[in-house]
Design a protein around this ligand. Sequence first.
Ligand code: URA
Length: 452
Amino acid sequence: MPSDGAFDALPSDGAFDALPSDGAFDAPTIIRTKRDGAALSDAAIDWVIDAYTHDRIAEAQMSALLMAIFLRGMTDAEIARWTAAMIASGDRFDFSDLRRNGRPLALVDKHSTGGVGDKITIPLVPVVMACGGAVPQAAGRGLGHTGGTLDKLEAIPGFTAELSKARIRQQLSEVGAAIFAAGDLAPADRKIYALRDITATTESLPLIASSVMSKKIAEGAGALVLDTKVGAGAFLKSEAEARALARTMVDLGAAHGVSTRALLTDMSVPLGRAVGNAVEVAESLEVLEGGGPADVVELTVTLAREMLDAAGLDAVDPAQTLRDGTAMDQFRRLVTAQGGDLGQPLPIGAHSETVTAPRGGTMGDIDAMAVGLAVWRLGAGRSEPGQRVQFGAGMTMHRRPGETVTAGEPVFTLYTDTPQRFAAALSELDGAWTVGDRPPPSRPLIIDRISE
Ligand code: URA
């Protein structure tokens, strides 16, 4: 595990002796070095990232190295170099020359470390646009049990996230935001991200920090707010691990000249009532219409305030943009600019299955991890690289923790186009929720804030 704090000097314990630093590298030696718990030299990291990006080492070798990193961790210095090498694997955007009404753009972005029902980017980006910010967002696809912003937005008929650099620049100055697949930004991350998803190497502090920050540093936002998730549905479950992750990412941002801060937020239970692809877009539209679940609204507004503060904007109250429809107007502009048609119905799974309450009482906690896995099993995520996701797959929670429920009432509805998936999805939910006599203990949604 890296230490909490600024990047330390590399240890001088002979850890680097195992590897030559003259360019004579090979994958088995690098894998063995990390497998045996030593640190990799800068030159070895540069070589392995470049070799993997350009297909000069095998998927099996990178898989083994990722598992060694997962098991052995990395020093702060290794994480910093691994991140820098991933940034150097592709383009680094610079939008500082762009102007709107003759003034430089207030460029700011946010990124989440991954959660269940975490659709926050969808209402957040238009809120920040409505408050005068400009958002260049390199977004991801689903990873493990967590959904991806791109898979959700592509559920809108016609929406495309494959934007050229010229189109991103044009959209930023004319519309105020662009949400795009990372493409030529940190291509090493694109490959490693997909490989982690299918090799059980996702839940690793060094790999999450470098994945998030390589894309975010390369995308050209001057300021960044990180939503670091804590709890059952997060990749790193404990508050101590999430805190260390947030500190590592904030320090990486600062080292690359991106003003970065992080919130620690609760991910023990899913966010909102909808988990999946199109169902999360539908819930985001409710939020943009001034309604929606209280937790989704609270997190959207809190993250918007952080982003506006980081960008030096304070003229407009973000909560007001949800009430007065200006954020919704911006969302329509953004979706239209990216080819989407909100006039067409969102897809919904052709088959549904309802889970009912076995007794009356108060809904207890709903395990976010179990819900994430259930929705993944319904077809909302991938089990092989490049697989198509089902846009209509997902789940609606009719009762949230703490709400009253009567015996026999529907508590969850599950949707999929492939009904043979129901059995596995339902078994993920077994034992993952309760109905009791008392409400579950209340937890703050926003746990802490970590700044440079
Ligand atoms: N988001 C990313 O971009 N990468 C991760 O590893 C986790 C969340």
